[in-house]
Design a protein around this ligand. Structure first.
Ligand SMILES: Nc1ncnc2c1ncn2[C@@H]1O[C@H](COP(=O)(O)OP(=O)(O)O)[C@@H](O)[C@H]1O
Length: 213
């Protein structure tokens, strides 16, 4: 009998399983993400337990190597686009969401969706989706000046603004590392941008009269 997903027992059991699914560094990262997500949930008025559980589980499938994660997606009956099949590093959240949903059907859809979206993001992300995305980037194990700057902005920014700061930082990092960028990244980014005011050129107040000799 599986314990209620909100219980400490459920958390403890998944935590133990996770320790055997990923290496010690990834395990420590997952615990850091869980705690950071819970803090962000408190700060932004979201469900703390859901955030902590999503943080713990987000890298559930990160232990697979590239051929392994492709086989995992296949076993789960997932149909991948050619593009995603060529980017195995981004698949672990997608497979984990499907696998966890089947193994623990009592997990709420918001938790599974947040796990699914934690790497690539998506248009129209919910609060928990954004919280997990941010926590993954800002947990205490992530080092660097930019990460520290972003962490310092948690108190100051609304959730959506903080998410956009972190998303922009990640996309920039991917480009700096000369990695391919997922083709929907621009669509996702643009979906959060306000409608641009259409620029109307002013009529030139001093036009050169057309046809002057
Ligand atoms: N929009 C994107 N396009 C291509 N690759 C991406 C994109 N977003 C994240 N990635 C890559 O996916 C991999 C896994 O990301 P993620 O799970 O967020 O990071 P981590 O493994 O460091 O926790 C990383 O190599 C990251 O650079």
């Amino acid at each position: 009998m599986v314990a209620d997903w909100r219980s400490d027992e459920f958390y403890g059991q998944r935590r133990e399983e996770l320790a055997s699914r990923v290496g010690p560094r990834r395990f420590a990262h997952s615990l850091g993400v869980a705690e950071t997500a819970a803090k962000l949930a408190r700060r932004y008025g979201a469900d703390e337990r859901a955030a902590r559980v999503a943080g713990l589980l987000h890298d559930w499938d990160k232990g697979y190597d590239d051929p392994g994660i492709l086989a995992r997606a296949d076993e789960l009956g997932m149909e991948l686009t050619d593009e995603l099949a060529a980017m195995p590093r981004v698949l672990h959240g997608l497979t984990a969401a499907v696998a966890l949903g089947r193994q623990f059907p009592e997990l709420p859809p918001e938790v599974l969706t947040a796990v699914e979206r934690h790497t690539l993001g998506e248009v129209d992300m919910g609060d928990l989706d954004m919280i997990l995305y941010i926590a993954d980037a800002l947990e205490p194990g992530r080092k660097g000046k930019k990460v520290e700057k972003l962490r310092a902005r948690v108190d100051e920014l609304e959730l959506r603004e903080l998410f956009l700061e972190v998303y922009a930082y990640w996309v920039q990092l991917i480009m700096e590392r000369r990695h391919p960028v997922y083709s929907r990244t621009t669509e996702i980014w643009n979906s959060y941008m306000p409608e641009q005011e259409v620029y109307h050129a002013e009529a030139n107040p001093d036009p050169i009269p057309y046809g002057r000799p």
